[in-house]
Design a protein around this ligand. Structure first.
Ligand code: PLP
Length: 378
């Protein structure tokens, strides 16, 4: 039996920073300020500096960050938010649970991100916001989206849960980090994300003082002064232990990103001549932080390919097998198969390979060798 190659290796990553992390955790435990400790504020400030944005508001998870965004912007039941059907369900679910209607537009077949050319056609007089997702680690086309939003008086909420640290370059050469370009950006610190903690965690980013204050209040039961509630809110806080882990890992984020980019370049090289495999395309205006390395394979061969890799101990994953407009949970939206052909085709043909900070070239060579052996079925 050969060595197994998993999608993720969180333990190996932890061992390299164990001394730093353990010390930070001990300090929190000794201090007993488990919720809203000083370390939470310190981490928020460090992340704001890293991102080059004015405010970071930590919260319970990425889904909450999205919901806090909708509340902070005053979105109401019946309002519409434009997003894509090729994403994790949380993007649209967060809106739908509040009675806000997700309106989908298709994605670009190469970058998997929102097809900006379809956005204006999807607008109605109930449209309030655009919710681009920076899928798999690269930014959606923000410059045209920001232009549409400005012209049509819409808000932009970025789902940056998979793209922390990615940089988008505007036509004037200015570069901005994922999540800091719209009115609000949301991220997740779920353990498997590029900046992951040891449980659930999330945050909102904004350059708007008023939105930051509102988001902070909403994340804590609508209160700024204890037991005085200006509005209804949520119980969504990042606990101090998670903030302590994140404060340590943020110091390593650039090196983690580089490790992912190096691994992606290695896959690109090794798979360049593999028939039937289309390696992920880099968008023209964004860096890619490779939350996932997602390639396209012929739809009819995907299952067989996965099984063969599985038999040799190599894990793969499908993000995402069913586009959101075809999920039973969203049947009430009234969409049908054929409405978003690109997303539907991608759902049948994408395959993600192991991608993490500890991936070794030897492992990648083995994966790609087995993929090459599969070429008769591709
Ligand atoms: C992970 C993720 C979320 C939700 O984050 P949680 O912290 O798991 O709630 C939302 N959107 C996208 C695109 C994600 O990948």
């Amino acid at each position: 039996m050969s060595e197994k190659i998993p999608m993720l290796e969180l333990h190996a990553q932890y061992l390299k920073i164990k001394a730093e992390v353990d010390a930070a955790l001990s300090e929190v435990i000794d201090g007993s300020a488990f919720v809203n400790g000083a370390v939470v504020r310190r981490f928020e400030e460090a992340l704001a500096r890293y991102l080059g944005c004015k405010h970071v508001v930590a919260c319970g998870n990425g889904t909450d960050a999205l919901q806090i965004s909708f509340l902070s912007l005053g979105l109401q039941p019946g309002d519409e938010v434009i997003t894509t059907p090729f994403t994790f369900i949380a993007t649209a679910e967060a809106a739908a649970l509040f009675g806000i209607r997700p309106v989908f537009v298709d994605v670009d077949a190469d970058t998997f991100n929102m097809d900006v050319s379809q956005v204006e056609r999807a607008m109605t007089d109930r449209t309030r916001a655009i919710l681009p997702v920076h899928l798999f680690g690269q930014c959606a086309e923000m410059e045209p989206l920001l232009e549409i939003a400005r012209r049509r008086h819409l808000r932009i909420i970025e789902d940056a849960c998979q793209a922390i640290g990615a940089e988008y370059e505007f036509s004037d050469g200015k570069r901005r980090r994922a999540g800091t370009m719209g009115d609000l950006g949301c991220t997740s610190f779920f353990p498997s994300k590029n900046l992951g903690c040891f449980g659930d965690g999330g945050a909102l980013f904004t350059n708007d003082d008023e939105l930051a204050a509102r988001a902070r209040q909403i994340a804590n039961h609508g209160t700024s002064v204890k037991y005085h509630h200006e509005q209804l809110g949520m119980n969504s806080r990042l606990d101090s232990l998670q903030a302590a882990v994140l404060e340590v890992k943020l110091r390593h984020l650039d090196e983690y990103t580089k490790a992912r980019q190096t691994a992606a370049a290695c896959y690109d090289r090794l798979l360049a001549d593999c028939p039937g495999i289309v390696t992920p395309k880099r968008s023209a205006n964004s860096t890619h932080v490779y939350h996932q390395y997602t390639m396209k394979v012929p739809a009819g061969a995907r299952d067989q390919l996965r099984t063969h890799l599985q038999e040799t101990g190599i894990a793969t994953a499908i993000y995402y097998p069913v586009p959101l407009h075809l999920q039973p949970a969203f049947a009430y939206l009234g969409y049908h198969r054929g409405d978003f052909p690109v997303a539907e085709k991608l759902a049948d043909s994408v395959l993600s390979l192991p991608m993490h900070t500890e991936l070794m070239e030897e492992q990648q060579k083995k994966i790609c060798q087995i993929l090459a052996e599969c070429s008769p079925i591709l």
